[in-house]
Every structure is written in C-alpha cells, then in structure tokens.
Design a protein around this ligand. Sequence first.
Ligand code: CP
Ligand code: NVA
Length: 328
Amino acid sequence: MDFKGRDFSKVLDYTPEELRYLIGLAITFKEKKKNKEPHRYLQNKNIAIIFEKDSTRTRCSFEVAAHDLGMGVTYLGPSGSQMGKKETIKDTARVLARIYDGIEYRGFSQSIIDELAENSSVPIWNGLTDEFHPTQVLADFMTIYENFGRIKGINFTYFGDARNNMGNSLMIMCAKMGVNFTCCAPKQLWPNEELINIAKAIAEEEDCTITFTENVEEGATNKDVIYTDVWVSMGEDDSVWEERIKLLSPYKVTSEIMNMANENAIFMHCLPSFHNTDTKIGKEISEKFGINDMEVTDEVFESKQSKVFDEAENRMHTIKAVMYATLK
Ligand code: CP
Ligand code: NVA
C-alpha cells in the first residue's frame, strides 16, 4: 500500500484495505502514546492547519499529533491570513506547499479542498467540509473496532440530518467497511441520490446493506451502533433552526431508542453535542423553542453506552496515522 504524498480528502478515495490499514496504524500509535514510547518519526517537517470554521477536537488533534511526530505546526484561523480575501485558494496552495510538508483545511465547500489539492505538491488533509468529514469517521470506526473487536457485519443507524458531512461520510465509510448502514431521518434530510447510489454500489461489493427509513423503531431495532450529529451544522443559517427542530425532534436519541437497540449497543456522536442547556447556543435555543436538549438526551449522552469521549480521543490517533502514512 502506498500512501506517500496522497491527499486525504474523502473516504471515497481510499480502498477498504487502505482504510483498515490506517485504523490499525492508529491503534499502534495509541499504544505507543499510552506506553510513553517516543515516535518523533517526522522530525524537521512542518504542517499548516487552516480553519475557516471553529474547532476543538480537530485542531487539537492535528496540533498534538504533529508535535508527537516531531513536526512544527502553524495555525491559520478564519482571520489573519490573506486566504480568500486578497489571495485565491490556488495561490495560497502554491505558497504554502513551498513552505510546508502538509496542509490541513477545514471550511466550506469540498471544491475548496479539491482546488487546494490540485495546486499543492504536498498532501492536503480534509479537517471537515460541508460535504465530508473523513478524519472523523476514521476515529469512529476505530472506536467501533475497540468496542466490538470487529467492524464487518456491524449494524449501524444514523439518526438525524443525514445529508450533512457526517451523514455522507458515515454512509460511505459503512459501505466500505462492510457495515450495514441505516439512515433514520425524514426523507428530505437523506443524502443526495447520487451519493446513495455510489454507497449502494460499494455496499454490494462489500456484502452489506444501505437502508433508509423514516420509522424510528425500524431504525433502532437490532442495531449495534446508534449515531447522531447536530441538527444544524456550522455555516448553516440560523433561520433553519425552527424547521430542523420540528423535522428532527422525533429522531432525537432517547433511552427508548437505546432500549430498542441491541443489549450491548453503543451511542456515538462526533461532538460537539446539544445534550443540555449549559452552552450559549443551547440556552438560546432553549429560550426560543422551549427544549432542553436536541439530537440526544442528557441521559443517553452521559450513559455507559455512550462512547463519545473515546471517539474524541481517537481523533488524535487516527489523524496521526493519516499524517504519518502520507508524509513518511
Ligand atoms: N468532531 C469535530 O470535528 O469536532 P471539532 O469541531 O471540535 O473539531
Ligand atoms: N455536522 C457538524 C459536524 C461537526 C463536527 C457540523 O458541520 O457542524
């Protein structure tokens, strides 16, 4: 398998074997980290991480993973660089590729990642776009492996806004990994037809299923993994909240849903999550719409079945694996 110099733009670009290899590599790095075994394999390299949207996990994971591998890091936030204002994406890519060995980008359209990749001689890593979040799903599937000791054949349901970056990426990742994927959401929030057809074609090869339902009971029954994400993603207009709450309230992950799932089922969420009113936005939404949680109840979020902080930790190990494989 040859990863050197490749971009990590979306899961679709990688074969199931390559994705399994990256998860295995992340598990090795996790052990090294726990055993305090130094792994500064990429000394004298430097990376730039560009964030046009906010981040806690992704930014910290790239920074710590880079430091652990011996690399230097430059953070470019939503303001303070010339990108997108005085300088085009194309020129930015050509400049940064002269200075850095790899570039992470979090922002808006997937086409920006494509443009960066076309104009950069060094790897471009996708830290989330409107369409895809590939480093997140790598961490999610590492977490599934840690819990069940296997990935293939797992029954997985995604509840909520399934046409966002997480719905899209999870559907494709499930297909590639031989995981039976169910999307449980109102029809208008299912992924676009073109992507569904791609997922179904992959699923046929990998011997798994891609299913869509609006029925919560069908979505939850016999499932090993119950996954959800925020109802309104970064970059969406505030005006969508009301309709989204109305559409998705029946799909909130509650203990009733977890009880319908298999006995050893786990709850997953990429985070951040609205599971109480202790945040600024959580409070605003609560005051405006009279609700105290959104995509998941606090009870499920805080339960033993919830693996959300394992996923968060695994972001760092999987991002490290991606950087190491593409730069070594
Ligand atoms: N899950 C995730 O990408 O989190 P951040 O937005 O904090 O990076
Ligand atoms: N769908 C979410 C994922 C955050 C990690 C968003 O784009 O805001």
